[in-house]
Design a protein around this ligand. Sequence first.
Ligand SMILES: [Fe+2]
Length: 355
Amino acid sequence: MSSRATILVVDDEFGPREAFRMLFKDCYRVITVGSGKEAMAIIDSEGDKIDLILLDIRMPEDDGITVLQEIKSRNPEIEVAMVTAYASVETARDALKYGAIDYLIKPFDRIDAEEIVRRGIMRRREQRESKVALQRLQLVNSTLQGEIEKARKDVKEHFVGTVRALIAAIDAKDHYTAGHSERVASLTRHLGKACDIAGKELELLCQAAQVHDIGKIGINEAILRKKGPLLAEEMKEMQMHPAIGAEILASVDFLRGVIPAVLYHHERYDGTGYLRGIKSDNIALYARIVSVADAVDAMASDRPYRKAMSVGQVWQQLYDGAGTQFDPELVKIALNIRLPDIQQYLTNTSRQVKR
Ligand SMILES: [Fe+2]
């Protein structure tokens, strides 16, 4: 296959057609036709191989501007130089507005013709190279996008695995609360649904519940396992676990949404909790929900310093804590609206639940 550039000469007169052919045949592949119709047939069959068209502006059957527009609509990348007589110079200038690269005046000057053809071929080559470079760039871009997406998925999967491992590590450190995170997540799901939270929001809420105590990983094991009441210093350290948890989660984009629930799950509705001592609606809703679920599971579980409460005692504590420890609306929902769900949760759990 020839690597020479291809010039298409479109002129109804034999003389100029041949003059162009003779002038350029040694350096380029030259095709000559006598009308716009024939030119279109060549463009359709040769496709992208045509580099430059030398187009007569006035032919018996064709208006040069119309032919130029037709060429550009079929293949805007083909360069076109108009060929005109003095009488049509104004029309040739107009052609520049429609994408012609330049125009030659008949009888044309050989040097001018060579210069216009050289310029047209070079511009076409540059366009081709830009197109190839753009395609390569798009390919690289789409490959990169795919890799970024895969990396993001990997990080997410690894992180979910890591969170599970951390929860398992907390459970191992603190035997008395083993399984607590999963149970709180399960109970939180019941409460969330009862609060009309659904879809992605419900998943986010449950993730928050699952990792709410993740900060305990940074708390001294002796404090976590201590059977008696904690000393003031020990209590101070224990109360850092929401902040430690938030710090761990802050480094992961897709879990940032759970931070308020983790950070504020020990706040109390009346403002006497920790970490910030904020109250009522200032506490994020998800934190208020996790707080109720957390307390229910804690009350219904054996602790180092007490045995698990009965279901009745748990409900009583919830009722008594409405408006002080807990959001009263959430207590109402837990006690009245979806009581059977929670009752079932407490009954089904594998822990020892006293009745
Ligand atoms: Fe906690």
